[in-house]
Design a protein around this ligand. Sequence first.
Ligand code: ATP
Length: 441
Amino acid sequence: PLVPIEKIVSLCKRRGFVYPNSEIYGGVAGIYDFGPLGVELRNNIRRFWWWSMVQTHDNVVGIEGATITHPRVWEASGHVENFVDKLVDCKKCKRRFRTDHLDPVNLEQHKCPVCGGELTSEPRVFNLLMETYLGVVEGDRMKTYLRGEACQNIYLDYDNVLKSSRMQIPFGICQIGKAYRNEVTPGNFLFRQREFEQWDLQFFVHPTEMEKWFEYWKEYRFKWYQTILNHKDRLRFHAHGKDELAHYAKQAFDIEYRTILGWQEWEGIHWRQDWDLSRHSQYSGQDLSYVDPLTKEKYIPWIVETSGGVDRTFLNLLLDAYEEEPDPTGKDPRTVLRLHPWLAPVKVAVFPLQKNKEELVSTAKAIHKDLQRYMVSQYDDVAAIGRRYRRQDEIGTPFCVTVDFQTLEDQTVTIRERDGMTQQRIAISELTMYLLERVTW
Ligand code: ATP
C-alpha cells in the first residue's frame, strides 16, 4: 500500500527529521528545517550522489556556486521573462490551481475539479523568481534574484573550470545547491517548497556525440535511483511529448516515482543543445565557444543535463522505506524504515543488556566509542531491549548490538539486523569490519 504523506510528516516531526520552519511564529508555507536525524540522512544522500557522479567519473568535476548572481544571468536564462506560473481560481470554493497541473478538460470547461464550481477564465500570471537587493545605500541598491535554479552557476563557471581543471570535452560539471522559487501552490510537505535543493550535472559534448551521452546519463541516473529503492517497480521514465519539449530539445525524459500523490517527477534528463552557453555568450559578450585542441574545430558545446531534487529524494525515500508490520510476538505493530544502509542516518546502536551492571555498561560504551570513529553510532540503555529495537527500527538503523553476560566471558556480542530481525553472535574484534562492509558504498 502507498504510504500517506501525513505518516511521514508525523514521523519526521516526532523523531527529529524535519520541522516546519519558524513554527513558534506560526510557520511559513513551503519552508522547512531539518533536525538531527534529517541532517544525517540528507548528508548521506548528498554524499552518495557526489561520490557516484563526481568521484567515480574521471571526466566529471564539481563546483559549489553562490545563491546570488548578477541579475543579467536571469535575463539570459529566460527566467525574468518566462519563469511563471499561471493560476486560475475557483469562484465558489476559492481554491487556486496551476493551469499546468489541471486536467485539460477542467481547464477547457472552466470547471473546478474539487467542488465543480466555475473557474476564472483569464489565468493570473506570477513570476517565481525571489527578488533581493544588494547594497545598503538607497538609490545605489541593485535588484537581483536568489537563484531560481542552481544549474546557472555551472554555465557561469564553465570557462573557469575548463581553464583551471585540465578537462577536455566531453566532460561534466556537477553541483548540489539551494534554489528558491515563489511557488504559488507550495505543498505536499517537501515535494513543493519555496526553498529547496537541487543536484545537477551539465555534461558538455561535441554535437555529434549528443545522442550517445544523453543515452548514457539517462540510463545511469535511472539505475542510480533503482539502487536505493525498495519498490523499484514504482520508478519509470516519462518521455516528454512534442508539446512539452523546449524548442531546442530533441528529446527529454522525467524519471518519475509513484507515491500517494500519483506518478510525479523526481528528476529531469534534458537535451539542452547549445542553448545555455549561446545565450550567456550573447548576453555577457564573452565568447564561450570551445576550441578542440587536436582538430582546432571551434564550436559551442552541447549539453546533457540531469537535474533532480535533494528534498524530493529525501521525501520519496521515506515514502519508499516506511512500513508498519504486525509484530511476530503479537504486540503492537512495528514501524520500520527500510532505508538503504548506505543512507540510514544512524548505522548502528549499541545497548548494554542492563543499565545497572557496571561491566555491561562500560563494555557497551567502549564499543560505541570505537565505532564512532567510523560511523554514526548511538548508545542507548533506556527501557527493555525490545523497546530499544523499536526506537531504532523507526529511524531506519540497520544494526543493533547488544552486550550481555556472555560478552564478559567470550568477548562476543549479539548483532541484530533491522529488516529480518535475525540475530547472530559475532566477536567484538570483527564487529567494525562486519559493519563497514554493509554500511559503506
Ligand atoms: P515542476 O514542474 O514540478 O514545478 P520543474 O520541472 O520546474 O518542476 P525543474 O526546474 O526541472 O523542475 O527542477 C529540477 C528538479 O528540482 C525537479 O525534478 C525536482 O526534483 C526539484 N524541484 C523543483 N521544484 C521544486 C520545489 N518547489 N520543491 C522541491 N523540489 C523541487
